[in-house]
Each structure stands twice: as structure tokens, then as C-alpha cells.
Design a protein around this ligand. Structure first.
Ligand code: ATP
Ligand code: MG
Length: 387
């Protein structure tokens, strides 16, 4: 143990001095970095300043003690977004695991556990954090108030465009959260590989290693996470599982594009709140615009931090019906939620879908792609301004 290490990287908390001492010794032996042991209960340790400078925090707790859980939560909140927190405990049931996931613990290990295993978990958690790109990963969610307006088409095309601007080839993932009727893999002629039977009942087993085999890879370099479809069932996934899934995916990819189902799920709010941008896609019809306006308003009322932006797909320059609807009117109808339009190009989109190809592969630099690029560039500019 290096009691006076100037900038401790691993902080170990708990009353099992023998175990924590062994972890510290093992870290010293393997050069895993400086270690600071706080040999006291988590309640006593939770206000210590060392936690604020830790790169990773390991907490050994007795989960039967309510005070310990409260203190653990305080540590998780203090470290959120900065240092991963790992828990060691004798036993945890499903309810506790869900709660661990909700408070965003990086990992949890059941005792007895080898000191080496604890160290490995620290290194894994550190790697997951440091693999984030400098400016952080971004999550863009696509959602629609009406069916068949082109949400999936735009989500996939956005991924194709963002991949090109990514730092690495393997920078972008589409997550199809429409577990029942998702079409992302069909549109790209891929096999869905996310196995809900495997992860649903065992959220505690869900880690990047397990998930790695569940991505479908497109030749373009874009990855897709989509469930093997079960159209006649409504898979009831726990919110904690979905959030855990997205946490892992966003630690792994620079750009995460989410295609959301229209039916409101228990986890939809959380997914939207965790997104850097929420696009509501609608078509250029009067009911379509009204539905989008209403959904945007309802979302903002319920989730005041959210700033949903409406994309009007299948836009036609000409007057299209009745007295006609012009761009200015579209903007007015959407009362400040309007983000942009994407042109109607049925022939191109239809061919792409039928052949299982991205739009780019059917026609490079199409007008649909140009419109969407403009929207994504505006988002990137917003992001830079915020940074
Ligand atoms: N910009 C566009 N121009 C012309 N047709 C389009 C455009 N975008 C989408 N479409 C057409 O709209 C139809 C629905 O597209 P898509 O499946 O992407 O919509 P969706 O909103 O995801 O549907 P669902 O509600 O079933 O999930 C497709 O047949 C596609 O050809
Ligand atoms: Mg769709």
C-alpha cells in the first residue's frame, strides 16, 4: 500500500483489511498503478477527499446494511462520469443488481474473489472509460409519432454519414430498440444477433465481452445491435437492462444511433434523457406535422431538459395538397421544434431497402443524403459550441 501516494489511481474502501491489502499488494506487484486503501466502512469513507481524485473506486460492502447502500450511492454520484465504481459483496439478488445498474456501477464482484480478479475488473473499467474519444461519444435517438415515415431509413443513413466522419472505421453503431418489429438489419441485409433470452434474465452478466459477439457488422464498418425478432411477442425488457446495454455501447463507440419503437416503453424516457440529440421524424402531411408538434410538446413538458428536434421527411418543394404547404408553413406549424427537411425520393429509398443497401451504395451523394448531412452538421456545430 502506498499510503502517501500523491495521486492515487485506485481507491479501495472496506473493513476487510486483509482482502484490500492483498489487492494493493497485487497492484504493486503488477505495476497497475498507485493504490490507496481506506480501511473503514463505506459510511465512514464516503466523504473522504481521496474519492474525488480516484481514477477508479472499489467498495467492499455488506448490502444488508441500508446505510452502506446509501453511502455507496453517494460515492457513485460523486464519481459519476469521472471514475468507475466497482462493488464487492458476499451476495446480491436480482433486485440489488438492478439497483447497481441504475446507479451506474461499472462492475460488481461476488466474494470470495481473488485479489487478481479485482485488479482485472479495475483495469477493465479504466479501459472502458479511457476508450471514450476526447470529446465523448454521442448518442442520437430517432423516434416518430407516426408509422412508416422513414425513421429507420434516416437513422441508418445518419449512421453511414457519421461513420465517415468518425476517427476510426469502427466508430459507429446503430441500436435497434424496436425489439418487436425492428427492421434495421433487414435494411442492411444483416442477421440480427442480439440474444434477448441470454441478456434479459441476467443483466449482471452483461458486459462488453458478451456483447461483442452480438453486434452485426456491415461492410461499411457500421455495427448494428438488433434483436432476433419475435414479432408475435412483446419482449418485456427491464429498464436497467436497456440502460446497461446503452452504457456499454456508448463506451465502445464514438457515435451511437438509436432507432426507437413508437410504443412507449418503461425505458423510453431514460433513453431519451441519455441522448445528446432526439430527432422526431415525421412526414410532410398535416396530421404528421400536428402529431410531431404534439409529441415534441408533450416530451418537453414531461422531460424539461429534453430538446427534441423535428425532421420533416419526404419533403416536396411544390405545393402538395389542398392549398398546399410550404416550408415556411411547415416551420410555423412546428413552433420552434423544426430542425430541417429531407427530400422525398421514393425511387432511391425503395431500391435501397429492397436491395438491403445503404443509400450511398445505390447512389453516392444523393439528395436525401445531402439533406441529412446538413442536419447532422448543424448538430455537430451545436455540440462544438456547447463544448
Ligand atoms: N426520403 C424519402 N423519400 C421517399 N421515401 C421514403 C423516404 N424515407 C423513407 N421512405 C419510404 O418510407 C417507407 C418507410 O420507411 P421506414 O421503414 O424507414 O419508416 P419507419 O418510420 O421506420 O417505419 P416504421 O414505423 O415501420 O418503423 C419506406 O418504404 C421508404 O421507402
Ligand atoms: Mg422503423
Amino acid at each position: 500500500m502506498e499510503a502517501n501516494a500523491p495521486s492515487p489511481t485506485i481507491v479501495l474502501i472496506g473493513t476487510d483489511a486483509a482482502l484490500l491489502g492483498a489487492v494493493a499488494a497485487s497492484a504493486g506487484a503488477s505495476n497497475a498503478g498507485a493504490v490507496r486503501v481506506l480501511a473503514e466502512s463505506v459510511e465512514q469513507a464516503c466523504k473522504r477527499p481521496e474519492i474525488d481524485t480516484a481514477a477508479v473506486v472499489v467498495v467492499d460492502i455488506d448490502p444488508k446494511r441500508r446505510e452502506s447502500l446509501v453511502a455507496l450511492q453517494a460515492i457513485a454520484m460523486r464519481s459519476f462520469g469521472r471514475a468507475p465504481v466497482i462493488v464487492l459483496a458476499d451476495a446480491f439478488d436480482d433486485a440489488l443488481v438492478r439497483w447497481f445498474l441504475q446507479i451506474r456501477l461499472a462492475d460488481f464482484l461476488r466474494k470470495p474473489v481473488e485479489p487478481k480478479e479485482i485488479l482485472k475488473a479495475c483495469i477493465r473499467a479504466l479501459k472502458a472509460t479511457s476508450s471514450l474519444p476526447e470529446d465523448g461519444s454521442q448518442i442520437l435517438s430517432f423516434l416518430s409519432p407516426a408509422g412508416g415515415v422513414g425513421t429507420t431509413t434516416l437513422a441508418i443513413e445518419a449512421a453511414m454519414l457519421l461513420r465517415k466522419s468518425g476517427q476510426k472505421d469502427d466508430s459507429t453503431c446503430v441500436v435497434d430498440l424496436d425489439f418487436q418489429n425492428g427492421t434495421c438489419t433487414d435494411y442492411l441485409d444483416l442477421e440480427p444477433r442480439l440474444d434477448l433470452d441470454e441478456i434479459g434474465p441476467h443483466p449482471e452478466r452483461l458486459d462488453l465481452q458478451l456483447l461483442e459477439v452480438m453486434f452485426s457488422r456491415h461492410a461499411s464498418g457500421v455495427s448494428v445491435l438488433a434483436a432476433k425478432g419475435r414479432p408475435a411477442e412483446r419482449p418485456a425488457l427491464d429498464a436497467s437492462v436497456v440502460i446497461r446495454l446503452l452504457d456499454l455501447v456508448s463506451a465502445r463507440f464514438e457515435n451511437v444511433i438509436i432507432d426507437l419503437p413508437r410504443a412507449w416503453e418503461p425505458w423510453t424516457d431514460q433513453v431519451l434523457l441519455g441522448s445528446n440529440r432526439v430527432y422526431l421524424v415525421t412526414d410532410m402531411t398535416v396530421p404528421g406535422l400536428r402529431l410531431a408538434r404534439r409529441l415534441a410538446g408533450a416530451l418537453v413538458e414531461r422531460l424539461p431538459d429534453l430538446k427534441p428536434r423535428v425532421i420533416v421527411n419526404r419533403f416536396e418543394q411544390q405545393l402538395i395538397f389542398g392549398n398546399g404547404l410550404r416550408r415556411a408553413e411547415v416551420e410555423r406549424a412546428l413552433e420552434g421544434y423544426f430542425e430541417g427537411t429531407v427530400v422525398n425520393n421514393y425511387k432511391l429509398v425503395r431500391e435501397a431497402i429492397d436491395r438491403g443497401l445503404p443509400l450511398e451504395a445505390v447512389k453516392a451523394g444523393s439528395n436525401v443524403s445531402t439533406d441529412l448531412k446538413r442536419i447532422l452538421l448543424a448538430q455537430a456545430a451545436d455540440k462544438m459550441r456547447a463544448a
